[in-house]
Design a protein around this ligand. Structure first.
Ligand SMILES: [Zn+2]
Length: 66
């Protein structure tokens, strides 16, 4: 998943409940130098925490001034 253009931010929504309580599947890799887990890869699979199911998350542009 490529990094987003921060000039055009988006929010991620559940298609069922419309909430933003969405988790994406990801892999983390241990970095010996920083002694922290670093995000290595984020997958397209998303889960709505509120619905408790895997969903196809909807991306919406953040409205200016909203
Ligand atoms: Zn939901």
């Amino acid at each position: 998943m490529p990094a987003r253009d921060t000039d055009h931010p988006i929010t991620i929504h559940c298609p069922h409940c419309g909430g933003e309580n969405i988790l994406a599947d990801a892999c983390a890799r241990w970095n010996v130098e920083t002694q922290q887990w670093e995000l290595s890869n984020v997958f397209d699979d998303t889960t709505c925490v509120d619905c408790g199911i895997e969903v196809s998350a909807i991306e919406r542009p953040v409205q200016e001034g909203a």
